[in-house]
Design a protein around this ligand. Structure first.
Ligand code: FE2
Length: 292
């Protein structure tokens, strides 16, 4: 999500994406606010949020959602983390239509106090962290064009809702993700920001987990990608390393092709506990900086 990762990658959507959903005065104002977030006068991240104008989805958009959902859910039944699968049930992820965020949030908020918030596009790192720190997930609301159904380098609503949001229904993952956002906001140091982006990449985006003796996918970049989810579990050219926070933070990642390395968690508690320790370390550093 930080430099080079697709949540804050400033690429524009290609093809016949439904721009009417995100452009216009509301979208432009929200994007302007997000771009300036953190500078004087721009301290309320909720002003980067927009509405999901549901009537903007076309028949083709709804069809794209169905195709993506059907193609991936069958595979995930046997190959995704149980935490993901039960989260998808809890938030009532459906094949029939692009999910209205208001319906997702009505189920999610009472459980973990997380919510999905529509944003107009690219969020700079600080703005992205500020959302996570509030237990709000900045969500792309447009869906990929039919001609890019197999691969889109940027996030769309299939990646963001189908890929990310089911895990937000899990209390342990939910706490981890907020701690991540809070820690990233306090880090304020390019070296730590780079390390944090690697942690996000190898867990939230491309993480694997061992459950009942089998490796399963949970990272959203895998959950939402038919090609890479299969590759991550079955390719013999892939290295699957045991999760260790410092090793993960020391490992660079490459974009635009399938990953050669994945990290395997033993549990989400392991991730939460490692993040808590890391967060304490960053806070102590920030305090030392302030005292100097
Ligand atoms: Fe993502």
């Amino acid at each position: 999500m930080i430099e080079g990762s697709h949540h804050t990658s400033p690429q524009k959507f290609a093809g016949s994406l439904n721009h009417a959903m995100i452009s216009g005065p509301q979208g432009d104002a929200a994007q302007h606010y997000a771009n300036n977030f953190g500078t004087p006068g721009f301290d309320d991240i909720t002003k980067a949020y927009i509405e999901q104008r549901y009537e903007g989805y076309t028949v083709e958009n709804q069809e794209t959602w169905k195709v993506l959902f059907d193609r991936q859910m069958e595979f995930l039944q046997d190959n995704a983390s149980q935490t993901y699968l039960s989260g998808a049930k809890i938030i009532n992820l459906q094949r029939e239509c692009v999910p209205p965020l208001v319906d997702i949030n009505a189920r999610l908020f009472p459980l973990t106090k997380w919510q999905s918030r529509a944003v107009p596009g690219y969020l700079p790192a600080r703005a992205f962290f500020a959302c996570l720190a509030r237990r709000e997930f900045p969500t792309t609301i447009v869906i990929r064009p039919k001609e890019s159904i197999d691969y889109l380098p940027q996030p769309d609503i299939f990646h963001d809702i189908f890929g990310h949001v089911p895990l937000h229904a899990d209390p342990i993952f939910a706490d981890f993700l907020q701690t991540y956002g809070q820690a990233a906001l306090t880090a304020n140091d390019p070296v730590e920001t780079e390390r944090l982006s690697r942690l996000f990449w190898f867990t939230v985006e491309f993480g694997l987990i061992r459950e009942s003796g089998r490796v399963k996918v949970y990272g959203s970049g895998l959950i939402s990608s038919p090609g890479e989810s299969r590759h991550s579990l079955s390719s013999d050219k892939v290295e699957r390393r045991p999760f260790n926070l410092d090793h993960v933070c020391d490992t660079g990642f490459e974009i635009d092709h399938f990953q050669p390395i994945y990290y395997v968690l033993e549990s989400f508690e392991q991730l939460r506990d490692a993040m808590n320790t890391y967060s304490q370390r960053l806070l102590a550093k920030a305090r030392a900086r302030a005292a100097a």
